[in-house]
Design a protein around this ligand. Structure first.
Ligand code: ZN
Ligand code: ZN
Ligand code: ZN
Length: 178
């Protein structure tokens, strides 16, 4: 029997509202981010092993899963901290190069960010990034433009980019790119 491949039609499910907390350790200067639910407010300064974490920022955000209306496949996006859009930096910025490249075809490039530190937090798989891209493109009214999502692991460094993580709920409509 031949398996029929589903074209997938994604719907957002299990939306949880909360905060993305950014902490910094004053001992080793490490930065960590994580998601916490709304009724689980950010912690005060706390110790964890050799780390002394201080809350630097808390930004309202959501977590969600995507489910296919047709085959009911579910993808969880717990690893997603936010999306980034390069504002158009200088030549040094690799993301800007991508941006310019895709702009010709009216495609907006977003970078999917996971939580920090990148080496320790589980990052989004390429498969999930593709699903996210599919979801956003399916929701767009415009058919002559699109969205491309890349993993920031694909880019050796974000050092040269002035992009800021769009952590708020608004990122989900990607209005700027309509
Ligand atoms: Zn499907
Ligand atoms: Zn530390
Ligand atoms: Zn940039």
């Amino acid at each position: 029997m031949q398996e029929i491949k589903c074209a997938h039609n994604w719907t957002m499910i299990n939306v949880r509202t909360g905060y993305i907390i950014t902490e910094n350790c004053f001992q080793c200067n490490k930065t960590a981010t994580y998601f916490c639910l709304e009724d689980n407010p950010p912690l005060e300064e706390h110790r964890e092993g050799d780390h002394f974490w201080n809350v630097m920022e808390s930004a309202q955000s959501i977590q969600f899963d995507l489910e296919c209306d047709s085959c009911h496949a579910v993808a969880s996006f717990k690893e997603l901290a936010g999306l980034m859009l390069c504002p158009g930096c200088e030549e040094k910025c690799k993301i800007d190069q991508y941006r310019k490249e895709f702009e010709k075809d009216h495609i907006w490039v977003y970078i999917a960010c996971g939580f920090l530190p990148v080496e320790e937090a589980k990052q989004l798989s390429q498969e999930k990034i593709f699903i996210l891209e599919e979801y956003f493109n399916q929701r767009r009214k415009s058919t002559n433009s699109g969205i491309k999502i890349i993993s920031y692991e694909m880019i050796d460094s974000l050092k040269n980019c002035h992009a800021e993580v769009i952590k708020d709920v608004g990122m989900l409509s990607l209005r700027a790119a309509e």
